[in-house]
Design a protein around this ligand. Structure first.
Ligand code: AMP
Ligand code: MG
Length: 414
């Protein structure tokens, strides 16, 4: 049997992403519903924010020319709460003003109420000198009219929804959600809830991949059809793939991508389309497949196929390294690179590996990284205990105190 060539992640990822053309179509969604979605067009502001100069304090709007000496006495001639607007301020006058209220014409500063002493209902003493512009939020200091505040391909966050709302947008145009069919392969797999732990047959294990893969797809904006467990049989696998291709953009599977007798993914995908089986030079990970499954309606094109290894941590890590950027690229996200921070290893890793490793680690109170003791690709506890990975280059050992590259799960999974 010929072994597929070992491919580095840096070679594999661009090859993979070259297939991830953004899905066609645009959806108009309520701004409330747009968190995590990807913009299908630039967002340009039709107005400035704030719309006018306004007070950033509760206090008095004044003319600095009237307050050259401390203890200046001013006549309070108007009251301007937020949501109203005042009238022009004359010489020697002050306006009682509240946070967010527009600065009246003629005023050029606000004195906070803590720096004033009301003399009576219509007179205030200003205790401190001031500079022009003090406690004034300037019109347009957040957004200028005509500015591009969000760009095509941006993934929306709660803050970006607020920014879109601040320029008056109740709806946004976003990329369609990738429709992903998910199935697990493996005759040993049993669903939690179907069989109680005490009734598990010898050789059976619970299907864990299905749970985190589905959750991660949802977090990345995908619409998931969960097709459950497909038996380790060629015909059943072909049938599942053929059915799934019709109404989906991507079929994602776990398990069965090695080249053993019980691994049916390879011949099944090849029977329906094309497949590249990769042996990636990463650990955990290694077997990974990308291909395309033709739809029976040929005019509808082909459906993407991605096959992940069955070992839970391999499945988890290859998802983050390869599926995550792929499904984001389908939505039009341009840069899917992860932020890496350089931190100090508070552990030793004396055995270098031929493959690039993604070691599960946790940040500690000293600002360094602790290593999870068991780095086996079957030990999912490592991914729960850990809050990220060290991206360790091939052939590299780590000594306590070495600077290493850390990628945080919190960001990777967002
Ligand atoms: P495979 O890639 O199918 O050869 O599976 C590799 C290992 O991962 C085997 O020990 C499987 O039992 C295990 N495995 C496969 N699929 C799953 C799954 N969905 N949940 C938990 N373990 C799995
Ligand atoms: Mg299997």
């Amino acid at each position: 049997m010929t072994r597929p060539a070992l491919l580095s992640l840096d070679e594999a990822l661009p090859q993979l992403l070259a297939h991830a053309k953004p899905l066609s179509g645009v959806q108009r969604v309520s701004t409330f519903e747009a968190d995590g979605r990807v913009l299908a067009q630039d967002v340009v502001s039709a107005l400035q924010v704030p719309p006018q100069d306004n007070s950033s304090m509760d206090g008095y709007a004044v003319r600095t020319a009237d307050c050259q000496t401390s203890g200046a006495l001013l006549r309070v001639t108007q009251r301007i709460p937020a949501g109203s607007h005042g009238s022009p301020l004359g010489q020697g006058e002050a306006a009682r003003i509240f946070t967010g209220a527009p600065i009246p014409q003629g005023a050029d500063a606000v004195v906070m109420q803590e720096d004033c002493e009301p003399v009576d209902a219509s007179c205030v003493k200003v205790l401190k000198p001031m500079v022009a512009g003090q406690w004034i939020r300037c019109a347009g200091e957040d957004v200028t009219r005509g500015a591009k505040v969000l760009a095509l391909g941006d993934r929306l966050t709660p803050a970006s929804l607020g920014l879109a709302a601040s320029i008056g947008l109740a709806h946004l145009h976003v990329a369609p959600r990738p429709r992903v069919a998910l199935f697990s392969t493996g005759d040993e797999l049993v669903m939690p809830g179907d069989v109680a732990p005490e009734d598990m047959a010898d050789g059976a294990i619970y299907n864990s991949n299905r749970f985190f893969l589905r959750a991660m797809l949802h977090r990345l904006g995908c619409e998931v059809t969960d097709l459950g467990i497909v038996p380790d049989q060629r015909e059943a696998t072909v049938e599942a793939l053929r059915d799934a291709a019709a109404g989906h953009d991507l079929i994602l599977t776990s398990g069965g991508v090695s080249v053993g007798e019980e691994d049916h993914i390879k011949p099944a995908v090849q029977a329906l389309g094309t497949l590249n089986l990769w042996q990636l030079a990463i650990k955990p990970g290694k077997p990974f497949a990308y291909g395309q499954v033709n739809r029976s309606d040929f005019s509808a094109g082909a459906c993407h196929f991605m096959g992940l290894p069955g070992n839970p941590v391999s499945s988890f890590v290859t998802f983050l390294l390869l599926v995550r950027p792929f499904v984001l690229a389908l939505q039009g996200v341009k840069n899917t690179d992860m932020l890496r921070t350089t931190l100090s290893a508070h552990f030793d890793w004396p055995r270098a590996d031929k493959r690039r490793e993604f070691l599960r680690v946790k940040r500690n109170a000293q600002g360094g990284l602790d290593l999870f003791a068991n780095q086996s690709s079957g030990v999912l506890t490592s991914a729960v205990w850990g809050d990220g990975v060290v991206d360790n280059p091939a052939g590299q050992t780590i000594a306590r105190g070495d600077a290493v590259e850390f990628i945080s799960f919190a960001e990777w999974l967002s």
